[in-house]
Design a protein around this ligand. Sequence first.
Ligand code: GLN
Length: 493
Amino acid sequence: MSSELTSATAIARDVAAGSRTAVSVAEEFLARIAESDGEIHAFNTVMTDEALAQATAVDEAAAAGQDVGPLAGVPIALKDNMCTRGVRTTCSSKMLENWVPPYDAAVVEKLRAAGAVAVGKTNLDEFAMGSSTENSAFGPTRNPLDPSRVPGGSSGGSAAAVAAGFSAVSLGSDTGGSIRQPAALCGLVGVKPTYGAVSRYGLVAFASSLDQIGPFSRDVADAAAVFDVIAGHDGRDSTSIPEELPSMSDAVATSMADGIDGLRVGLVTELSGRGLDAFEPEVVTAGAAAADALAAAGAKVDEVSIPTAVAGLSAYYMIAPAEASSNLARYDGVRYGLRETGPNTASMMAASRTAGFGDEVKRRIMLGTYALSAGYYDAFYGKAQRIRTLMIQEFDQVYADFDVLISPTSPCVAFEFGAKADPLTMYYNDVCTIPSNLTGHPAMSVPFGLGAHGMPIGVQIMAPAMGEADMFRAAVALQAAAPQAGPETGASS
Ligand code: GLN
């Protein structure tokens, strides 16, 4: 599959110029979905009729000489925890299996206004809790590069959709790594923006102080194009940042033209994986090789120690379940979704929650409720919050001397189904990605060569709050230096 046919920027350019129609592009992608999604299961819901209607509207606007927007005719897949008016939004949970939102998420409104064409809602770990998409109530998603392996998670369906050529780009949500880790495992670019840079209005909440929406794409320029459309202030999200970010597409163009001379890059010792058995050796090597590649491209590269970074995993697995236990209290058989019967209200609610939630979601609710309970609050939740504060201080100090930091994205490449059945082994996948969620800083994953079993490795670039422009600049250099440009798709070539 030629990249010109699937690149979002190329599609938008061609549709605006009239050399391709949005309908013909939508038909091509929908045909690949019809052919191969039975095996991959990237989607919970394919929006065939809606996509063709939206593409027709784009073509009509183009024919009338109207501005069709920066993503005209670009097929995009949406993680199924983003509200879509009239299209069910399940969070891959039995609890919301038939829930149809009465409104669109802010990002969905923005994408539509930019001319993008939503082709479907993608599978995820139930309520975004997981790192493999095996926790979906509707069955797992397969990695298009090797269907015996997971695509990562929790946004595994969104990653698989792009890797299989079912959409040019997609959106995921990232609470502890759920965009960056599946991007790494599927050989894609994945971006978690600064907390507050993208509106969470209409994103079903998991852990509200950590959740952010961001793009998946085949290359850095496409990620920048989507980022520019979805970023920006929104009064309906109280955590939305009023300041405007610069254009990431401009940052990408500048980096392509001028390089990264003088960019200060730090390889984070504690996240490098060196000396840690849980990291695959190829992954550790790729992190170091990425540092060397950035130095060769003109960056000033040093190693830097951030001692609290390793405590992120423990702090996250207190804070995220605590927030989840509160956010998921609304699914009680009354206000939303599934309702079982019972002799009184309390037993009806208990029966609804017992039937509606899967094991991992129940585990998080119980952990979080325990961490917040009187007598334990200070020892668990309070301590985790203090670690979070220390971590923010340490990262801020380090960013006085560095523009961006790097590490591997994930300790391992895509693994086989069932390989990480023990929850703690699964949680360890997030060791490198979690710090940026706890600090609220932006971070992204860029493909950087292949590791064990020929599966892709991702390198993570982190930046201080609102530091996305430098992050994208570094990403361009990393992409240019990557040992392998990107994966060929298994499902659709
Ligand atoms: N894997 C992490 C978890 O299970 C992160 C999930 C996410 O970012 N949504 O919580």
